[in-house]
Design a protein around this ligand. Structure first.
Ligand code: SAH
Length: 354
């Protein structure tokens, strides 16, 4: 067992089984043994890779979309440029490089990064050493300014709870201690008001996931955008509505059972975009499309061609593979979604046109 598995086994044996959300939170952010608190997991030597790590084109196009939205909203002279869960800082670095030529954008911006991991904060500080950056623990600490915010593969890392439907209602799937280690179990039937509306579109045996911390974060961002202006661009994998078990562990680029190596594997679950839209409903407008569609509408193909003109050999092949990976339906093009929040009075951000 990993050191964290031993700690959790002892705790569960002494008290009671824990929710999958508690398990995920410990695995990802335990101060000593957490996955994100102890390492930089990205890239080839790491456990997984993300769109900004695959190609600079992703961040460049996201940056230009943000700048266009800033222009569409009258170029507010002071605004917060913020990112949730910036990883290595690569996406923000690409956004900043691409927007350098937009008159007034850099002078008006204040950079804010919301990051829980000390190791990754240090990494972001290196990547963004040319800029003044303010690190925050939560989105609630963002300043009272127009907010232009990005988040890539942040929401999938927030803990989920899982419920299994039976005839009349729900049982929660929890993590229990077994003689051999940790195992999944089921609670007695519990009333779950939040899932009443899902009784209509699920059948006994179906699993539904909820992500308790996502709604409040989206509500905070939405209320800033409603009050001060701005927009949020969120990228992640998932669907319009949660159905089925999507909890997954990834170590060395390979999937493994989620309870196998607590603290040493990345744990994520699909994002329920309907839940995000509902958390923002009434305050701002939400729009969603696939990542592939979003990037193509912003001119990914032309940008890819322009870059390809200066490449040859292995570098050209890598570049072509990156383009394919970002957009192909069987890769990140369809499973990954682009989700936007914008004021009711402002046009949709580029890439989300109806
Ligand atoms: N956006 C980056 C990294 C995605 S991984 C990329 O696309 O490459 C998830 C990121 O969210 C990491 O930086 C992780 O440390 C951070 N994170 C996870 N849970 C968090 C939380 N509750 N609060 C703040 N940051 C969190």
């Amino acid at each position: 067992m990993t050191p964290l598995a031993k700690i959790l086994h002892r705790r569960i044996s002494a008290t009671s089984p824990i929710t999958i959300a508690d398990f995920m939170a410990e695995c990802l952010l335990h101060p000593e043994h957490g996955y994100y608190t102890t390492r930089d997991p990205f890239g080839r030597g790491g456990d997984f890779t993300t769109a900004p790590e695959i190609s600079q084109m992703f961040g460049e196009l996201v940056g230009l979309a943000l700048a266009q939205s800033w222009i569409d909203q009258g170029q507010p002279p002071a605004f917060a440029l913020a990112e949730l869960g910036p990883g290595r800082g690569t996406l923000m670095a690409d956004v900043l490089r691409a927007t350098r030529a937009v008159p007034g954008f850099h002078t008006a911006m204040q950079l804010h990064l919301v990051e829980a991991s000390g190791v990754l904060r240090a990494r972001q500080k290196e990547t963004l050493s040319q800029y003044r950056v303010d690190w925050l623990d939560t989105a609630g600490a963002l300043p009272p300014l127009p907010l232009f915010l990005i988040a890539n593969e942040f929401f999938d890392a927030l803990p989920i709870r899982q419920f299994r439907r039976d005839k009349a209602g729900w049982r929660e799937i929890h993590v229990a201690a077994t003689p051999k280690g940790l195992g999944f179990g089921l609670t007695a039937p519990v009333p779950v008001d939040m899932l009443d509306h899902r009784l209509a579109d699920t059948r006994p045996g179906d699993i539904v996931e909820i992500r308790p911390s996502a709604g409040p974060i989206i509500a905070t961002i939405a209320s800033r955008i409603a009050r001060f202006g701005g927009c949020a661009l969120v990228f992640d994998y998932g669907d319009w509505r949660s159905l089925g078990d999507t909890l997954q562990a990834l170590r060395n680029h390979a999937p493994e059972p989620p309870l196998e190596n607590p603290g040493e594997a990345d744990l994520t679950a699909h994002v329920d975009f309907q839940a995000l839209a509902e958390a923002a409903a009434g305050t701002v407008e939400a729009a969603v499309t696939t990542q592939g569609e979003f990037l193509q509408r912003l001119g990914l193909a032309q940008r890819a061609q322009a870059l390809a003109a200066n490449l040859s050999g292995d570098r050209l092949r890598e570049h072509e593979a990156a383009y394919h990976r970002l957009t192909a339906p069987a890769q990140m093009g369809t499973l990954f979604k682009a989700f936007a929040l914008h004021p009711k009075t402002a046009p949709r951000p580029p890439g989300f046109e109806p």
